[in-house]
Each structure stands twice: as C-alpha cells, then as structure tokens.
Design a protein around this ligand. Structure first.
Ligand code: TLP
Length: 340
C-alpha cells in the first residue's frame, strides 16, 4: 500500500531540475556575500516582490525571528493573531530571543479587523510597552490556509502606519495566497515593511526561506541572521533549487488547491467529517473528527497509509502538495470512508 503523506507541504522532495541546479551551481562564501547563486536568488526574490533587497535564511522560523528582531527592540510589543504561527509554533522565540511581547487578537480564521486592532492597540503611554509591530500571516496556517483579502490587508496596514507600527507578513505560503486570490505577491508586499516566504513548503525546495524589505532593513536583518547563527557559507546549494522554484513551481500550486477542495468535499460527503468546504481556499483542509479524538483518528488513518497531523483535540489537518495527485485524493477518500 502506497503511503499518502498529507501531514504538511514541508514533506515535498526537490525536483530533478532542482537537484541538477544544485550540481551546476556556482558557489562562494555567502557570509562574505560572495556566493553568486545566493545573490542571484536574492535579486530575483527582491524583484518578484517589488522590494529593494532580500535575504536567504535557513528556515521560516528564523525568517520570522530575524524580522521581528530587526523591527523591534527588547521589551517592545507586537500585535498578532492568537493562532499565528509566530506565536503558536515557534517555541516562543519572539519573546525568548527577541524579547518581544505578543499582544493577541482573536481573528476569524486568522483574519482580523481594524476594530479588533483598535481594541488591541494600547497607544504609547508611560506604563505600556512600546508597540512597534503588527504581524500578519498569509495564508494563515491554523486558519486552514485562509487568504487575506486586499481590503482587509490594506485596512490593517493603514491602521498600523497611522499609529507608527511596522508590518511584517509571515508569507510562508504567500504564493498559495497569490495563486488563490489572483493578487500578485508584489501587491501584498507593497503594503508591508517586511515579508518572509518559504521555499521549503509548497514550492518543494529542501531548505530555505527569504525575507524581503528595503535595503536598510535587509542590511540590519543580515546582521541579526549572523547573530542567531544563520550565516551560511556555500549556501548556493540551497539557493539553486530556490531559483528553479520561483521560476517553475508557483503556477502549479493551483493543482494543490483543486486537490484540497476535492479532498474536503470527499471528507465531508463520504467520510462523515465535519468541515466547511467553501472555506477551503488553498492547500490546507482542517476537519473536525468528533466524537473521535484527533490522535485516535490519526492513528487509524496511519494504519490505512494516510498520514495527517493533529490540529487540536478533535481537529485534523490535511495538506496537499507537489507529489499528491487527484488519484491520491480518491485513494484517501476510499481508505478513510471505511472505518474498519
Ligand atoms: N509550519 C509547519 C509546522 O511548523 C506547523 C507546517 O507544517 O505547516 N510560518 C508558517 C505560516 C508556517 O506554516 C511555518 C511552518 C513556519 C512559519 C515556519 O517555517 P519553518 O518550518 O521553515 O521554520
């Protein structure tokens, strides 16, 4: 029985073209800013997002941390969604390392309104920490791959700007957002001061994330990357697949989105799980498996060769990606339909 791995789009393997690009890559010492392949990727990313500069880092977690360290001082406050990856899944790094206090907003599937921001923002007063950053996640992972609309994004960013806050976008899956919404990544980036995206998720690269921003911000971020041990040497071996990804792997994300929709429909109509099919916008499906516990459901599914992740007591996450096709989705529905 073939194992169908829907735990995450991080399980994707590099394409043959990516591996060939690694072999052919011209390399140098990237800490000395002499790796031509890294420079080519950073130049390409900056151009794609309409920003002055870009910086390659090993992971999305480091990209978020370095961005927060660059925007904020120790003791500052950052407003973010209560289910934001940066708060929920990054080992508390923004507090433990950057010394930043998160102030949480209860968004709807990770999307929050200006009214909620007005409520969360305490103003600059003697007793309060200095609120310096708004963090937005697009697509929103725990929100089930939800996409920020341009009007919601613009309103939140305008509010931030009017109050002197910088905006950082965790765009780990921003290309999924862009493909689903038709809004260019440039348009998303235009509204924020910094944006990070991952090569290692839907774009199928083995390693790497990029931060984009203005020249000065990226120069400071480069130093913070060094501070947290993220300075890399012949990092062109990571950058080379990234160039292939940006040129070849973006448009196909719509296949993952179509497969996620098909999966959601099947899980609801044929496997009896509870979920809102119309809420599936990208490559993430979150289903409620009650009365079963998520862990028990996952154990049963694993026995049937379908791998998934727990997203709460009764919530299970399924992620579609490169390497999962429409037939695999049929198989998943078939296997999960029977409860024996
Ligand atoms: N998300 C992973 C797990 O950590 C949950 C996944 O499988 O989805 N921002 C967002 C929105 C993410 O989803 C992730 C990874 C990150 C940041 C961190 O990226 P990495 O794993 O490269 O540090």
């Amino acid at each position: 029985m073939k194992t169908i791995d829907l735990r995450s789009d991080t399980v994707t393997l590099p394409t043959a073209e990516m591996l060939e690009a690694v072999k052919q890559a011209k390399l140098g010492d990237d800490v000395m800013e002499e790796d031509p392949t890294v420079i080519a990727l950073e130049t390409l990313a900056a151009k794609r997002f309409g920003k002055e500069s870009a910086l390659l880092v090993p992971s999305g977690t480091m990209a978020n941390l370095v961005s927060v360290m660059t925007h904020c001082r120790h003791g500052d406050e950052m407003i973010c969604d209560a289910n934001a990856h940066i708060y929920y899944y990054e080992v508390g790094a923004v507090s433990a390392i950057a010394g930043v206090i998160p102030r949480l907003v209860e968004g709807k599937r990770g999307i929050f309104s200006v009214e909620q921001l007005e409520h969360a923002y305490r103003g600059q007063e003697l007793h309060f920490p200095n609120t310096s950053l708004l963090e937005i996640e697009n697509t929103h992972n725990r929100g089930g791959g939800s996409v920020w609309s341009m009007s919601d994004l613009k309103a939140a960013c305008d509010f931030a700007r009017e109050n002197g806050l910088k905006v950082h976008m965790d765009g780990a899956r921003v290309f999924n957002a862009s493909v689903a919404s038709g809004i260019s990544v440039k348009k998303y980036a235009e509204n924020v001061d910094s944006l990070m995206f991952c090569l290692s998720k839907g774009l199928s690269c083995p390693v790497g994330s990029l931060i984009v921003g203005d020249k000065d911000f990226i120069a400071k971020a480069r130093k913070n990357r060094k501070l947290v041990g993220g300075g890399m040497r012949q990092a062109g071996v990571i950058a080379a697949p990234g160039i292939v990804a940006l040129n070849k792997m973006v448009d196909r994300l719509s296949e993952d989105h179509a497969n996620a929709k098909k999966l959601a429909k099947g899980l609801k109509d044929e496997c009896g799980l509870s979920l809102d099919v119309s809420a599936v916008q990208t490559n993430i499906v979150v289903a409620n498996v009650s009365p079963m516990l998520a862990d028990d459901y996952i154990a049963e599914a694993t026995k049937k060769g379908v791998l998934t992740l727990s997203f709460g007591k009764h919530a299970v996450r399924f992620v579609t990606h490169y390497g999962i096709d429409a037939e695999d989705i049929d198989q998943v529905i078939e296997r999960l339909r029977s409860r024996s």
